[in-house]
Each structure stands twice: as C-alpha cells, then as structure tokens.
Design a binder for this molecule. Structure first.
Ligand code: G6P
Length: 608
C-alpha cells in the first residue's frame, strides 16, 4: 500500500528520497511524487505509474534542497493519476502533505473547506489535510498538525512540510505505521524501515495519536495533547544486503529459496532435543496463564490466515486445546464471546495489517489475552500484544508471501509442541517431533532442487485459465494457499478446496481444460485422496500430484508428479507448499506477469 519516506539533513534530499521510494516499490502503488524545500520555496513533482516515470520527469532538473517528503500512492479515493498522486497542497501552495490511510469525514470537511474558499485540485481525501493544516498554521507547523488531528476522523500516517517552516518536517500517526530513522547526516521518517535501511539502522517507532518534529540535528515526539515522549531507539537487525536481489531475477524466487534459512532462523536457539520441549522465551511473560488455557483463536489475513489454518490442525494434534482460526476482517465485526483465559494469536508478517490490528483490539476489549507471531520487529501488532514470537525471517519484499508461510508454520508448531508437552504429549513424541523439525531445512532444500522440473510443469500448464487445488486435513489449507499464490502472481483463476468437498460442487468443472494440483503426501487420509484423483482422471481432468518420495501408485494415476521427502504428517505442509509456490512463480514468469508487484495488490494492507 502507500509508502512514505522523508529526509531532513545536510545532504541533497532528492537522490535519498528517490532511493527510498525504490525501496518502497514492493508495497504496491500506482503513482509517486515528492516535494523538496530549498529554504525559500517548495518544488513538487508527481507522476502516474512507476517510480521510473517520476525519475525521468526529474532528469536534467537541478533540484536543490535538503528537506523533503516523498510518497508512493495506492489509490483509494480517486483514480490513479498525476493530479491524485501525493504530495498534495493547499490553495496557497505553501503546505505539502503526504498521507497513508483514509480520512473518513473528508466529505463533510471538504464541503466546509470549500465554503471557506479552499480550492481543490484532486479527488483525494488527503488534500483535506493540506487545506486544514494551511488554515491552522500560525507559524508553528507542529501545532497546526496537532489541531488538524483533532478535526479529522479515520486513519493516517502523514508527513508535512511548510514553506515558512523551512527546516523541519512534521509527521503524525493514527493507525498507519511511521518510524523515525536516526542517520549521521540527518533524520528520516518512513512508513517502513526498508526505505531508510541503506542510511541507518537506528529507529524510533511512532505510536498512534503521536506527532513528531524532525530537523537536521534533532527530533521530538509528543502526544496529541502535546505531552513530550521519550522513546528508546531500537536497532534494526537487517541491512541493505537483505533487501537486494542477490542474483535472483525476482524477490519472490529469492524468498522461496531462502526458506531453508528462514526455517533455521525460526528454530535457532528454540529447540531442546533432550527433553523434547521447545524454548520460546517471548511467550514466557504469559506462560503461567497460557499453559492453563484451553481456548486459542488464531486471527490473520491472506497467506497468514492459511498458515493459521494449518496451525489449527497442528494444535489439535499436539495439544488438548480448542483452536479457532478466524479471518481478521470478519472476526472484528462479530459478537465475540470468549471462554475465560482465551488467548488470541495474531499472525502477521508485517505486524501492520489493519484488520488484524483492529481484530486484536476488539478481542482485548472483550477480555481475551493477546499473543503475536510477527516478522517485523517493533511493528504495531508486536507492540500491542502482551507477548509473542518473532519470525526473524528478514524482510519479505515480494508482495506474494512465501517464506513467511513456512516460518509461521514452524513457529506455530513449536508453540503447539511446547504446550503439548505440558499436556499429554509424551517425551518420545516430543523428541521425535524436534528431530523431524531439525531436518526440515535440508528437506526444503531437496524440494527446491527440483525447481527445473517444476518450471517445466509450469510451462506445460500455464496456458490453462482455471485450476483446482485439492488437499485434506493439514494440506487443505495448503491447497487454499497454492490457489492464492497462483491467482496473485499469474492472474490465473484458481480455487483451493478440501478434497472431500469436491463431489459437492467443483467436480462439475472437471474437464481436460482444468488442471488439478492434488496435494497427496503419505498420511492417514492418503487413500481418500487417491479416490479423489481417480474421480478426476475418470472425467479426463489433468492431475499434478505433490507426493511423498517413492510413491509409485500415484505415478500411474497422475499426469505429473512432484516429490517431497518423508516427514511427520503435521509437518508435511512445510514441504508441500514449496512446489505450489514454485508453480505459481514459474507460471507467472511464462505469462510475463509483474511477479513481485502484481496488479492491484499491496504488500501490507494498512487500510480496511
Ligand atoms: C497482503 C499481502 C499478503 C499477506 C496479507 C497479510 O494481502 O499481499 O501477502 O499475506 O496481506 O499480511 P500480514 O502482514 O498480516 O501477514
């Protein structure tokens, strides 16, 4: 979604802002712009489409100035166009604003502002902010923003510069992430640390209803009521090398291939083989209540939701706990009744997904306890939950999530195993599980070594317009995730289904033009899956089967077979999802799609 990057310091702002915008490209956007203050004037440039379009617009121009704000926009109010791109300005063109989020009372405010003589130039809700700040400005930009915050409803992460306050940038947040970066030559602000990681790894997170002023040498944070805040500086654990392609053609492929390492990072220091009990220091603050809890609700969106759905089966297998998995966007509006001592697990790569955040806030109001499994350190969900576990998977840049799915599954499994060992799971079962988890990175590598074969299968099937993904039990959510991946990056229509439901509808679609990916490792519902595959073959459907090594029976039935090494049944999804990710990736490649930034999608969905 929209991205913000700002700089105030002793270097020229232009190149720093453009570099920051490039680092934000992965979030998904449809236009971009920047405004730079040279001490007397503010110059603003915007363009529809890619950052490259903005760069060619700036080529040959000698833009001077060491204070600036820049933005990538993902359209909500108003079509993607130059006039709707940020920064937006007021009638007198002395205020320039960039904004992530949605101003909900914009219609009412717009009418009022028009009556007071404001001249609107865009269809956006953001422009309201520029006019309001302009009206509220009395020589003190921080104060003008503070007054504006009182007038607007909705969500925002915003950054403002004013012609008459030439040395500062003011930023404010309500519901949309913002972080300050402390550099050697000045200060940064961004919606996402990746925009400034090239310049600094020292950051300070802004929280909801806070406002900050940044100058070259200083920054100050205060509440909406002007109470000063002293917040600790944090160090970001990853650097520029993590945000580079490293010889891969796309981030999606790089991240798929990183999975042996990201799984290792998820288990590093967390496995105690002798006792068959994982160690999860992050949840120890709530351990006494958690180990007594019999009710868990996993809340998430998108790929994280499917990881949570596998997690439910794993918890049911390893513990005595009753687990519910919920789509955050639905859960937040439901009437929630929690049993005493219910824990919510918010599962989120970014830690900023608006629906997941709103869902945990609502659950907290209703008395539930909150845990998080989050990749981005210091993100909103990590701060608003009582305890949790970090993925330590490094930045995920491809819009379609891959390495986080397997990392989330690994951590959910560790959590289930830990709780299970305090319930009925035996020492032998614990040790066996830990041994199997330790083998996963190498086994994932084995699956990845078949990439060329999977590419050939993708080439054979990528022109089919409709696909079906089938799985049962642990692999039912993998079927959903496989279909989601294919849709997201290749734009091929795909449906994921629990194979047992096939007879209740999808079988009507089967014909030689509709390939089915059947996820059928050796497990206790293997024979049921074989029956489903036979039914598809009987109707001349094509089948790509994902199977356990050495399964000759399927080879006779399926058109194409991809093998995974044997593991414990509840760990199979960590291996079966890899061929699904690669199939989606290669199909998208053959169809010339924009793999890392699929149309209309955003990496971090920070608006509802
Ligand atoms: C967006 C992304 C998905 C991601 C989902 C949830 O839709 O494109 O890749 O799975 O948000 O994001 P989260 O950061 O909460 O895991």
């Amino acid at each position: 979604m929209c991205g913000i990057v700002c700089y105030v310091g002793n270097k020229q702002a232009g190149p720093i802002l453009l570099e920051g915008l490039r680092q934000l490209e992965y979030r998904g956007y449809d236009s971009a712009g920047l405004a730079i203050q040279d001490g007397n004037n503010i110059e603003c440039y915007r363009s529809k489409g890619k950052i490259a379009a903005l760069e060619s617009r700036l080529e040959g121009l000698d833009i001077k100035g060491t204070v600036g704000i820049a933005h990538t926009r993902w359209a909500t109010h108003g079509e993607p166009s130059e006039k709707n791109a940020h920064p937006h300005t007021n009638t007198d063109k002395n205020v320039f604003v960039i904004h992530n989020g949605i101003i909900e009372n914009y219609y009412f405010l717009k009418k009022k502002l028009k009556k007071n003589g404001a001249r609107f130039r865009s269809d956006t809700d953001t422009e309201i902010l520029a006019h309001l700040i302009g009206f509220n400005y009395n020589g003190d930009l921080n104060d003008a923003v503070r007054k504006t915050m009182e007038q607007v409803e909705g969500t925002f992460g915003l950054a403002v510069i004013h012609k008459n306050s030439p040395d500062e940038i003011v930023i404010a947040r309500r519901g949309s992430p913002l972080v300050i970066g402390i550099g050697e030559d000045g200060h940064f602000a961004a919606s996402d640390v990746s925009a400034m990681v090239r310049y600094t790894n020292k950051v300070v997170h802004i929280q909801d209803n806070e406002i900050a002023t940044l100058t070259m040498d200083n920054f100050s944070i205060s509440t909406a009521q002007a109470k000063p805040i002293n917040r600790k500086t944090e160090t970001v654990e990853w650097g520029t090398e993590d945000t580079e392609l490293d010889g891969f053609p796309h981030y999606m492929l790089k991240e798929i291939f990183e999975q042996p390492d990201t799984i290792k990072n998820a288990i590093r220091g967390r496995l105690e083989q002798g006792e068959g009990v994982p160690k999860l220091g992050g949840i120890m603050p709530v351990w006494d209540s958690l180990k007594e809890s019999r009710h868990l609700v996993i809340v998430a969106c998108g790929t994280s939701y499917y990881a949570g759905s596998v997690g439910k089966y794993v918890f049911e297998k390893l513990t005595e706990i009753d687990v519910q998995v919920e789509l955050a966007s639905e859960f937040r509006y439901r009437k929630l009744n929690f049993a005493p001592n219910t824990f919510i697990i918010a599962l989120s790569q970014s830690g900023e997904t608006a629906d997941t955040l709103a869902a945990i806030r609502e659950a907290k109001r209703k008395g539930a306890r909150l845990l998080g499994i989050v990749n981005v350190v210091g993100s909103s969900i990590s701060r608003e939950t009582e305890a949790g576990v970090y993925n330590h998977a490094g930045p995920e840049i491809g819009v379609a999530s891959t390495k986080i799915f397997t990392s989330q599954l690994t951590i959910l499994t560790l959590m289930a195993l830990l709780l299970g060992r305090y319930q009925n799971l035996s020492l032998t079962e614990g040790v066996e599980a830990i041994r199997a988890i330790q083998s996963l990175p190498e086994q994932v590598r084995e699956v990845l070594s078949q990439a060329n074969r999977i590419e050939a299968i993708a080439e054979k099937y990528c022109r089919y317009n409709n696909w079906l993904f089938l799985g049962r039990k642990y692999n039912y959510p993998v079927a959903m995730e496989g279909a989601l991946k294919l849709k997201e990056v290749s734009y091929i229509h795909a449906e994921g289904y629990p194979a047992g439901e096939m007879k209740h509808g999808p079988i009507a679609l089967i014909n030689p033009e509709m390939p089915t990916v059947a996820i059928v490792p050796k497990d206790d519902i293997y024979e049921k899956m074989i029956s489903n595959i036979s039914e598809i073959k009987a109707r001349k459907g094509k089948v790509i089967a994902i199977v356990t090594e050495g399964d000759d029976k399927i080879k006779e039935l399926a058109d194409d077979v991809i093998e995974i090494p044997p593991t414990l049944q509840f760990l199979n999804p960590i291996l079966t999802v890899i061929p699904c990710q690669l199939l989606a990736y290669y199909c998208a490649g053959f169809l010339n799609r924009e793999i890392d930034k699929p149309r209309n999608l955003a990496k971090s969905v920070t608006v509802e």
